[in-house]
Design a protein around this ligand. Structure first.
Ligand code: SF4
Ligand code: SF4
Length: 334
């Protein structure tokens, strides 16, 4: 995984510890959603469709930190909604860093300039800015003009202040391989962000736009063409080499959604943050009371076109550590 070396070591230590403890199911990263409200209304978003009574809720700091710590995950990705709309988000980040967690704070970056002063650069903290394409494409994706320019200005401001900045880009069936190349070249070479994450759009049942999800074959074709001619190696992608192989159809994996679980104001979400089969109070309950064999492509029709990071990156990580060759390949990326 193209993450900083000290973070790769941290992840490797976590994996070794779980092996020694003979734990079969454990989290690598928690998707923490301390609110669902957002300042934007993206057409592909399944979170802002919650009723107003849910959108106005905010998770208390103690509850957020306790859930992550109790799960034992070394990494946490804070999303939502827009986390910067949570009045105590800086305190959640601070307390997670104090407990040695690696923290990614996801944001559309519109509110970032007004909130940057609440945070301090830290080697285990990174902003994860949502950028779905170049100017026209991104503004269309978030259904508002001018957001791309705001996000780019925010990224530059955060970089100048000494923060690690990453990006997260979701692709839909309207994207061509050249669109993928153009946005990754821009983020990697011109904007110089630390790492980029990519994802094929998942077919949220609640999202307003139900027409532009990618099928498995479309995803494979899109990434195989975009990654061709050695381009993949030139980008600082925040994924294991095997997950990128998976995206471009060189290898196939099963889903291990229990390794990137989601904890929101409703509780631990079964089975992953994309589906909504109920909530439980603890990570252990999630593990014990979920029929994990019922999920994944070929098992649940809602999973049919899913190639999402939360289900398949962990499988790629587990396959990586089982193979010396793949471990070396991933380490070279770090
Ligand atoms: S910025 Fe993120 S949370 Fe907000 S509407 Fe868009 S996809 Fe949803
Ligand atoms: S395949 Fe896995 S990650 Fe994807 S929707 Fe199904 S359970 Fe969730």
């Amino acid at each position: 995984m193209a993450m900083p070396l000290h973070q790769s070591v941290r992840l490797g230590t976590h994996l070794l510890k779980q092996k020694l403890l003979r734990r079969k199911k454990f989290p690598l990263l928690v998707e923490l959603e301390p609110l669902f409200a957002c300042n934007l209304k993206c057409a592909g978003c399944g979170k802002i469709a919650h009723p107003a009574s849910v959108l106005k809720q905010r998770m208390p700091v103690g509850q957020a930190v306790r859930a992550v710590v109790d799960s034992g995950a070394p990494m946490v990705s804070i999303a939502g909604g827009e986390p910067l709309m949570h009045k105590e988000i800086d305190e959640i980040v601070r307390q997670l860093l104090d407990r040695k967690k690696i923290v990614f704070l996801c944001t559309n970056a519109v509110l970032l300039p007004g909130h940057l002063h609440r945070f301090t650069p830290h080697r285990n903290f990174a902003w994860m800015v949502h950028i779905d394409g170049l100017r026209e494409r991104h503004d269309a994706s978030v259904c508002k003009q001018g957001v791309f320019d705001q996000a780019v200005a925010s990224i530059k401001q955060a970089q100048a202040a000494g923060f690690r900045v990453m990006t997260n880009t979701t692709f839909f069936d309207t994207d061509t391989p050249q669109d993928v190349i153009d946005v990754l070249d821009y983020l990697n070479n011109e904007l110089g962000v630390d790492n980029m994450q990519i994802s094929p759009g998942y077919a949220y049942e609640r999202a307003p736009d139900q027409q532009h999800w990618l099928s498995v074959n479309q995803t494979r074709q899109l990434f195989a063409k975009a990654f061709a001619d050695g381009r993949r190696k030139k980008w600082r992608l925040n994924h294991s080499p095997l997950f990128l192989d998976f995206l471009e159809g060189k290898i196939d994996f099963g889903c291990t959604a229990w390794a990137i679980p989601s904890y929101s104001i409703k509780g631990w979400q079964r089975p992953c943050y994309l589906l909504d089969d109920g909530y439980v109070d603890t990570y252990q309950q999630l593990i014990d009371e979920t029929d994990w064999d019922a999920f994944g492509r070929g098992r649940d029709p809602r999973c049919a076109n899913c190639m999402a990071h939360c289900g398949y990156e962990p499988t790629a990580v587990f396959a990586t550590v089982k193979s010396l060759r793949e471990t070396i390949r991933a380490a070279v990326g770090s």
